[in-house]
Design a protein around this ligand. Structure first.
Ligand code: S3P
Length: 443
């Protein structure tokens, strides 16, 4: 949502499922890959064409940012767009403050990129984004020679960035974060010498795969990723597959609704994003992959056939959750309709996402009749099985798109249905979510 636009206040009602879910669906493009396609296309030489682009608010914030730096980007039509790359040294001082809206990926990746430009710039965002930590990015960039200042000692937006000549470093990140890794690699493309990032565990690797696709020599050695300054990018064709994080809501909807079977086409099954399928299979889910292919951007793609399943609670630790980090809200919902307890631990990062997702999911699920225990780094959910609906009632998305969609799915197994306040935030990552949910319910 734009920083200056009035907050949309709206409430959406989802009624219990009275019919099985069925049909073949496609899901909008992957949010992380769509951001990277615009960022790399903008600093590449020549033209980049993108298909399957996610026209969500977060990605539109990224497009607006590069347009304000003089890059010509066509308006997306049915996910197709063209970027006339400005080249490595072609970005211009932005015409105004760059508003990243709700998008952490835009803010963090641009902090890396802008640190190394020949101009000054300011980044800001909406209230949620202005509350999220930036120090994890600012600190290593400062070690590279960046000049960044901002609220709370540079930990919070707005950030003022004076572009500087940077030097490459080797940096061990304290958290596995693809936004942090990507910010440093972007800065590294402009720095003197080599920049290496070593993570404690492997975060999503879309930056590495896409940089390779843009012709950059990117070196991988276990958990270490390196780029050399001076490398140039060549415009290319990017095919964005469907977002597994968005598909997750429909996967769980089909699993918990009796006698359902759906086919979700063309989903990115990159191993660094596949955690949700592994977790659901451990819980007993009937999910099969069909038509698996390695797409041209190096991202593996498949269709997912999902049938309703009897599920059991499990213990999910930080390493199991990492490749499903954005799926926490919907994992809480599936756990609610499994037999027995589910625990999630090692998930402190969830407190600094679009909302404090641990606190918010505990609060909202309690409102609809669930038994949950909030823990410092996770949650315990008492499963009630798929024959024991929750009561339902009025809930609040807290402006968090993934919370809104998870609550909508929980309504399928409720007695009274669920109302979700501030539901239009789904547009951040999944425009058309509610229409698609109605369609698979054969309404
Ligand atoms: C993202 C990385 C993850 C994820 C976010 C998108 C990306 O954040 O939660 O939704 O596109 O790089 P962190 O890097 O903070 O883990």
């Amino acid at each position: 949502m734009n920083n200056n636009s009035p907050k949309k206040i709206d409430t959406y009602s989802v009624m219990p499922a009275d019919t099985p879910l069925s049909g073949e669906i496609t899901i909008p493009g992957d949010k992380s890959i769509s951001h990277r396609a615009v960022i790399f296309g903008s600093i590449a030489e020549g033209t980049t064409t993108i298909s399957g682009f996610l026209e969500g608010e977060d990605n539109l914030s990224t497009i607006a940012a590069f347009r304000s730096m003089g890059v010509t980007i066509s308006s997306p039509v049915d996910g197709e767009l063209t970027i006339t790359g400005a080249g490595k040294d072609g970005l211009k001082k932005p015409t105004s403050v760059i508003d990243c809206g709700n998008s952490g990926t835009t803010a963090r990746l641009l902090t890396g990129l802008l640190s190394a430009q020949g101009f000054s710039s300011t980044l800001t965002g909406d209230a949620s984004l202005r509350g999220r930590p930036m120090k994890r990015v600012v600190e290593p960039l400062t070690l590279m020679g960046a000049d960044i200042s901002g609220a709370e000692g540079g930990d919070k937006l707005p950030l003022n960035i004076e572009g500087k000549k940077l030097k490459g470093i080797t940096y061990r990140t304290p958290v596995a974060s693809a936004q942090l890794k990507s910010a440093l690699l972007l800065a590294g493309l402009f720095a003197d010498g080599e920049t290496s990032v070593i993570e404690p565990a492997k975060s999503r690797d879309h930056t590495e795969l896409m940089l390779e696709n843009f012709g950059v020599d990117i070196r991988l050695e276990g958990l270490k990723v390196s780029v050399s300054g001076g490398a140039s990018l060549k415009g290319t064709r990017v095919f964005v597959p469907g977002d597994i994080s968005s598909a997750a809501f429909f996967i769980v909807a089909a699993l918990i609704t009796k006698n359902s079977e759906i086919l979700i086409k063309n989903i990115c099954i990159n191993p660094t994003r596949y955690g949700i399928i592994d977790i659901l299979k451990l819980m007993g889910a009937d999910i099969t992959l069909e038509d698996t292919v390695a797409s041209k951007v190096g991202e593996p793609v498949a269709s997912l056939r999902v049938k309703s399943s009897k599920l059991k609670g499990i213990d999910i630790d930080g390493s199991l959750l990492l490749p499903a980090i954005d799926e926490f809200p919907i994992i809480c919902v599936v756990a609610l309709f499994a037999d027995g307890e589910t625990t999630i631990s090692g998930a402190g990062e969830l407190r600094v996402k679009e909302s404090d997702r641990i606190a918010v999911m505990a609060e909202e699920l309690t409102k609809i009749g669930a038994e949950v225990e909030e823990r410092p780094d996770g949650i315990l959910i008492q499963g009630r099985g798929n024959h024991n609906p929750v009561y339902g009632g009025l809930t609040d998305s807290h402006g968090d798109h993934r919370v809104a969609m998870a609550l909508a799915v929980s309504a399928l197994l409720s007695k009274k249905g669920i109302k979700i306040k501030d539901a239009s935030c789904v547009d951040v990552s999944f425009p058309g979510f509610f229409d698609l949910l109605e369609r698979v319910r054969n309404k």
